[in-house]
Design a protein around this ligand. Sequence first.
Ligand code: DUC
Ligand code: ZN
Length: 492
Amino acid sequence: MFVGTDSFDCVVIDGTVVTAVDTGRYDIGIKDGKIAILAPARSLLSAKTSRLIDAEGGLVMPGGIDAHVHLAEPELFGKGRSADDFESGTRSAIAGGTTTIIAFAPQPRAESSLLKALDEAQEKAKDSTYCDYSLHVIVANPTRQALSEFATLRERGVSSVKVYMTYEVLQLRDSQILDVLLQARTDGITTMIHAENGDVLAWMTEQLESRLLLAPKYHVTSRPQILESEATNRAISLGQLIGAPILIVHVSSPAAAETIRKAQTNGLPVYAETCPQYVFLTREDLDQPGFEGAKCVCAPPPRDTQDQEGIWRGLQNGTFTILSSDHCAFYYNNAEIGKKSAITEDAPLGRFRYIPNGCPGVETRMPLILSAGRLTPQKFVEVMSTNPAKLYGLYPQKGALIPGVSDADLVIWYPQMAPFHITNASLHHNVDYTPYEGRHVSQWPRYTIIRGEVVWDRDSGGIVGQKGYGQFVKRTRSAFCEDLPAWDVEKF
Ligand code: DUC
Ligand code: ZN
């Protein structure tokens, strides 16, 4: 309860506070970086505070958590190298309402340890970020040593790893995925799985190349939905064999979503993520004059308009646990490390197989989805913040507004703002395009607040946070998973 002598570092007055479970008009008092109190609207008006934010008419939510962000990664996909590092990527994040990101520490195929990859990513991120951050480790070589290091990952606050079922330099065999899942089960780690069948993809690519069908639009043709739904089904089966929790990343296909929903209905610990590109882009966006379509090349690819509806449905009905950006920015106009590295003299429209896969989107994720008006505000908070926090062991420090417990990470929207059109020039990433150029949005964060500090003030200074303010957040095991007994091969 508020006592008249209480003082705060910041008070947010009279906003409609939306969490994943409640909506109501409250004041929020912030002290020492934490939520100190939620009090009836306007009851903190006379409280002593260093800063007062009037949120009347606004929506106040826990800050966004983007659990799938590629930053400062080496050349894993052809010649493409990340255009964004931890500085520019997190600067972009806060301008779009995201207060915590989870990026990746990729283990190179030739490396037998995971800890070196984690050290390197932590070194890159240290003192460089505008928002709080954590890391998933990408396992490209599950050696005995790598598996033995899972326990150390947990000690260092990393409770998730990612594996790939595609990409030559990353793809694991099913037996290797089983090794990862078994170790993950033992150490309380959630396994993220990129579910596309790499062998079928390679075969399809050869079919298209032999017919000289090389342009960006054939990237979609090379990856039919069955390639995703088959791999999703297989990933679920492997997870079921081990009884380990899995998260299927960036689902684009309603058929894959159906498979996931069935598994969930059967009580399996299967979680799923989708991304804005699967509800806002279609394969038409890759079928543009010249090489332009390369801007929207990502994997899995955007699909058809009716498929977008299937993905919205999956968001609404809870099939998708989280919605992340899969921000993976490559310069467009760059022939060395960008999209145009796929152009050669004999293929002036490029060869789709060499186009670096990925689109920028960490900044536009929340505004685009909120503006679409397809999710209730509470559902929006659930998939954008609370569920990522629970799934990846950040809750309730993040993803909630629990007094005395949660960090004071907030995003404040003023829904009455004038709508505008997104331009790349208005964004804060380090790449020369956005796939959403010209798109109409009716929502953009007015304030982003991290641990009580305003870091984004749309109408007064824009980025007002500092590089280096962001902290590494140690994660615990997923809130969705309990301790599991030892796996027993004899039970089969
Ligand atoms: N897909 C992308 O589009 N980019 C990064 C990695 C991935 O799997
Ligand atoms: Zn990704």
